[in-house]
Design a protein around this ligand. Structure first.
Ligand code: HEM
Length: 198
C-alpha cells in the first residue's frame, strides 16, 4: 500500500524529467549570474511564473487539501525583487493558463512543478550572492520565507502521496505537470534564452 501511495510522485518525476533537463539547460546556458542584467532576465521569467501560477495558492480545492497553502506563495517576494532592481513588470500573456478551470489532479501537477522549482533555488541563491543579491535585496524569491525548502517539499510530497487518486486522475496530474513545464519553458525561451532559433 505504501508503495502505491508514493507512486504518484515517481510518476510526476518521471513524466517531467526530460522537460526539467531542457529547462535547466535553457536557463543555465544563458549564464544568469554573469551580471545583474543577465540575472534580470531570469528574475523576469520567475516573476511571470509566480504570477501565472498564483491562482493555485488561492484555489479553494487545493486549500482544502494542502496545509498552509497560501504561505507557500512567493509572489510578493518576487515582486519586491523586481522593485529592488527597478524592473518593469511585463504584461500578462494572452496564453496565460486558466488554472481555476482545471481539474483538481491537473492543479496538483501544476503545484508540484512550481513548488519543485524551489529545490534548485538554494544553489541559485548562492550564485546570486556574487552579484550582491540576497534574501534582503533582489533574490528574496530564491531565499524564500526562511523555512527549510527540503522540509516544505517533503510535506507537499507526503500530502500528495496520501491522496486517493485513481489511475485516470494520476494521468491527469502528470499531464498537468507536463503542461506546467511547457508553460515555464515558453517563459524561459521568451525572457531568459539568449540564443534565438528561427
Ligand atoms: C518551473 C519549474 C522548474 C524550474 C524553472 C527549475 C529550474 C532548475 C534549475 C535552473 C536548476 C539548476 C540549479 C543549478 O544548476 O544549481 C534546478 C535544479 C534542481 N531542480 Fe528544478 N526546476 C523546476 C522544477 C523542478 C521540479 C518539479 C523538481 C522536482 C520534482 C525539481 C528538482 C530539482 C532538483 C532536485 C535540482 C537540483 C538541486 C540542487 O542541486 O541543489 N525542479 N532546477
Amino acid at each position: 500500500v505504501t508503495t502505491l501511495a508514493s507512486d504518484i510522485i515517481s510518476d510526476l518525476r518521471t513524466a517531467t524529467m526530460p522537460a526539467h533537463e531542457v529547462l535547466d539547460q535553457l536557463i543555465m546556458t544563458a549564464d544568469p549570474f554573469a551580471s545583474r542584467q543577465q540575472y534580470a532576465r531570469l528574475l523576469t521569467m520567475q516573476y511571470c511564473l509566480q504570477r501565472d501560477f498564483e491562482p493555485l495558492y488561492d484555489d479553494a480545492e487545493l486549500t482544502a487539501i494542502i496545509p498552509q497553502l497560501k504561505t507557500r506563495s512567493r509572489q510578493s517576494l518576487v515582486e519586491q525583487d523586481m522593485a529592488d532592481l527597478e524592473l518593469a513588470l511585463p504584461a500578462t500573456e494572452v496564453t496565460a493558463p486558466q488554472l481555476g478551470e482545471k481539474k483538481l489532479p491537473e492543479k496538483l501537477g501544476w503545484l508540484f512543478v512550481l513548488e519543485g522549482s524551489r529545490l534548485g533555488a538554494m544553489s541559485l541563491l548562492r550564485r546570486a550572492a556574487a552579484l550582491g543579491l540576497s534574501g534582503e535585496f533582489g533574490a528574496r524569491h530564491l531565499a524564500g520565507d526562511g523555512s527549510v525548502p527540503a522540509e516544505r517539499w517533503k510535506s507537499l510530497v507526503q500530502t500528495i502521496s496520501g491522496l486517493p487518486l485513481d489511475e485516470s486522475e494520476r494521468k491527469e496530474a502528470a499531464a498537468g505537470a507536463q503542461a506546467a513545464f511547457e508553460h515555464a519553458t515558453a517563459l524561459a525561451r521568451k525572457y531568459v534564452a539568449t540564443e534565438r532559433h528561427a
